[in-house]
Design a protein around this ligand. Structure first.
Ligand SMILES: NC(=O)c1ccc[n+]([C@@H]2O[C@H](COP(=O)([O-])OP(=O)(O)OC[C@H]3O[C@@H](n4cnc5c(N)ncnc54)[C@H](OP(=O)(O)O)[C@@H]3O)[C@@H](O)[C@H]2O)c1
Length: 274
């Protein structure tokens, strides 16, 4: 194993969107970036110096093999960005147990799997940054995104606990909570199979999808998230939660804290069409 002064980061789900933006940004800032993804990388990214490692976060062997390969090459992993994820839309009642499990398997167990594989390595190193992409949906239970919100709320609890546990070993845990960003998330969003015209929620679900699409159409580019990540990685003791996004969306975080519950729910109903 060889070690260099260059810092090394492992990014999951680096094939598009936020993961890709973070990978390219940190590469430009001099990081050795391991872009972990299921699909083949773009030639231009490889030529620019991104290192590609195959990884499916739902697969134990795939995660273990990827980390072993990176360690063999780089000798050390300074930082992890848990980014891989997708969203399921639909009323909770319309979401089957299989659909719910698939959501949790990637968004929650995928992060847990990678954290469990890397925590002993970072502990032994005596340092590391372990950063996870949550969401504003991890702060607020969004109507008709209940399973997605549940997966992100689960990450919030996991990382809040992990931060205590890893602190004495010099490993820093942080969460990024983005609002809507211009990525492939909407295109990759799965609809619960039962969320059709026969659903009792159909009209409100469709209205919420329309409101969501309107928000997503004006979403900012994901390089803003990459800048937040860069700032976290530069800090010896980053805070736990880092909200990023359009001001009209991120305002919901203080509003949830400050407004009476009934007022907050009225604001959210108006904003989401639910
Ligand atoms: N965009 C937003 O508005 C927004 C807001 C808040 C939070 N987020 C979060 O940001 C993260 C990135 O999403 P994005 O917006 O950048 O969407 P995206 O463009 O669809 O990117 C998602 C990435 O996750 C990967 N992925 C999905 N399942 C995977 C698996 N089993 N194993 C490995 N990789 C997997 C995808 O890989 P493939 O190409 O192989 O499918 C892709 O690289 C997600 O955790 C999402 O929840 C996004």
């Amino acid at each position: 194993m060889k070690q260099t002064a260059q810092k090394t980061i492992l990014i999951t789900g680096a094939s598009s969107g936020i993961g890709q933006a973070c990978a390219r940004h940190l590469l430009a800032k001099g990081w050795r970036v391991y872009a972990c993804q299921r699909s083949a990388p773009l030639d231009a990214d490889l030529q620019a110096g991104l290192r590609f490692v195959p990884m499916d976060v739902t697969d134990d062997a795939s995660v273990a093999q990827a980390i072993a390969k990176i360690l063999a090459e780089a000798g050390i992993i300074h930082a992890l960005l848990n980014n891989a994820g997708f969203a399921i839309a639909g009323a909770i009642e319309d979401t089957s147990m299989e659909e719910a499990r698939a959501q949790m398997e990637t968004n929650f167990f995928g992060v847990l799997r990678v954290c469990r594989a890397l925590a002993p390595i970072m502990r032994a190193q005596g340092h590391g940054h372990l950063v996870t992409i949550s969401s504003l949906a991890g702060v607020i239970g969004l109507p008709f995104s209940g399973l997605y919100s549940a997966s992100k709320f689960a990450l919030e609890g996991l990382c809040e606990s992990l931060r205590f546990e890893l602190r004495p070993f010099g490993v820093r845990v942080a969460l990024i909570e983005p609002g809507d960003f211009d990525t492939a998330l909407p295109a990759n969003r799965r609809r619960a199979a039962a969320a059709g015209p026969n659903s009792a929620y159909s009209a409100r679900f469709e209205a919420s999808q329309k409101a969501q699409a309107a928000d997503e159409a004006k979403a900012p580019k994901p390089h803003l998230v990459a800048r937040v990540l860069e700032r976290i990685l530069a800090q010896r003791r980053p805070k736990l939660r880092h909200v990023v996004g359009a001001a009209g969306q991120t305002i919901v975080v203080p509003l949830k804290r400050l407004l009476p519950q009934a007022w907050f729910e009225a604001v959210l109903r108006a904003a989401t069409g639910a």
